[in-house]
Ligand binder design. Structure first.
Ligand code: BYC
Length: 347
């Protein structure tokens, strides 16, 4: 049900014309057309939509789809890197990697909480992940074969994530935008640790340099696929941009990422595995070779190198964690105000 935009409306909700136009959906309130007009005006005025505000069903469904996929990606994304925690080459590297993997689960938790503000429960979301009804990022279906993969993930995967997610800090839905602020700050550390790790390997022995190059060769193209299908084939982009959920198209963000990575690869002394990479003076950016979209579609259909392994591991972890959830629920029930009242009455 629609409600008045209230003081919970976040920093950019100005309470201006559009905000004031948001009206209550209580009996006798404005009809659907007026609510939609007020919603559109709020979005156009760069106000934030908050959980209690009226919103079109399709806007809500789009947010749940994207935010749930994002949350799932964060927790599935722990697996490829966690694979190397026990084999990190030094205590320093191990401590850094543990902190990074822990950050990823934290991002998942913010995002699940933000998605719950749209009226879904975490159980429902996890059930959809485990049964394959909701996706997670294609990138996490590739294996981490060597230690250098930890560096390549930090540099390229976290780098792509930042490129995609910084604009989401200005997403029209308040809880998602606010969650992204902290996520992006942490992702920046992750990206830098990956760059620093690869730099150490690149400047190390010839074997270490070769290991770093091999990792970059394997992660480059899947990182470009993280931005989603080309604009012409992106089912949701146009509507999501009109609603100011997405601020830039998939191809525009991919281009930005390529332009950032080329000089960084040079600084690392590593080569990006694309003979088609060329500076294009006219567009002020790099042209790149064709992306294998057949591979992307295969990964999305569950046929990537690690899809089966990732989802099986996730389901097992969920089942093995059942006792923790039960204990937490029992503890919460015991210490809730209602339980305390019941105890007082009984006494
Ligand atoms: N992988 O119409 P489109 C991280 C799907 S976490 C899988 O362009 P949209 C990190 C798409 O869902 C990284 N599926 O969609 C974590 C749609 O399918 P449905 C995750 C993809 O939503 C730990 C269909 O293809 N980041 O970085 O407008 C450690 C058509 O696509 C992918 C986010 O989730 C993909 N790569 O745009 C380290 C960011 N691409 O739903 C790092 C938030 C597309 O119709 N998400 N699909 O069945 C977004 O910005 C957007 O959802 C996307 C796709 C740009 C990904």
């Amino acid at each position: 049900m629609a409600t008045v935009a209230s003081s919970t409306s976040g920093t950019s909700s100005t309470g201006g014309t559009a905000g004031a136009a948001r009206a209550t959906g209580e009996t006798g309130g404005p009809g659907e057309d007026a609510l939609l007009a007020a919603f559109d005006a709020a979005v156009a005025a760069e106000e934030r939509i908050e959980p209690r505000d009226w919103m079109p069903d399709a806007y809500r469904a789009t947010l749940v789809r994207q935010m749930a996929q994002h949350a799932h990606s964060e927790i599935i994304g722990m697996q490829p890197e966690a694979n190397w925690i026990t084999r990190a080459p030094s205590l320093r590297r191990k401590a850094i990697l543990m902190a990074k993997v822990q950050d990823e689960v934290g991002h998942g938790l913010y995002l699940y909480s933000a998605t719950e503000t749209l009226g879904t429960s975490r159980d429902e979301l996890l059930d959809k992940l485990h049964s394959g009804r909701q996706k997670y990022s294609s990138i996490f279906n590739y294996p981490t074969l060597t230690w250098a993969d930890v560096g390549a993930i930090g540099w390229l995967v976290d780098g792509a994530a930042i490129t995609n997610q910084v604009p989401l800090c200005r997403c029209s839905y308040g809880p998602y935008a606010r969650a992204m602020v902290r996520v992006c700050k942490e992702e920046s550390f992750h990206q830098r640790q990956g760059f620093e790790l690869l730099m150490a390997l690149s400047k190390g022995t010839p074997e270490q340099h070769a290991m770093a190059q091999d990792a970059v060769d394997r992660w480059w193209w899947p990182s470009l696929m993280m931005f989603g299908p080309p604009d012409g084939e992106s089912a949701h982009s146009a509507q999501s941009m009109a609603w100011r959920i997405k601020r830039f198209s998939n191809d525009d963000l991919r281009q930005r990422f390529v332009d950032i990575c080329v000089p960084q690869a040079e600084a690392l002394g590593l080569t990006l595995p694309d003979p088609g990479l060329r500076w294009n003076e006219e567009k002020g950016g790099y042209d790149h070779g064709p992306i294998d979209w057949t591979e992307f579609q295969q990964v999305l259909r569950g046929n990537g190198p690690c899809n089966e392994e990732r989802i099986t591991r996730r389901r097992t972890a969920h089942e093995e964690g059942a006792w923790v959830r039960e204990a937490a629920a029992a503890y919460a029930a015991k210490h809730s105000p209602a339980a305390a009242d019941a105890t007082a009455v009984a006494a």
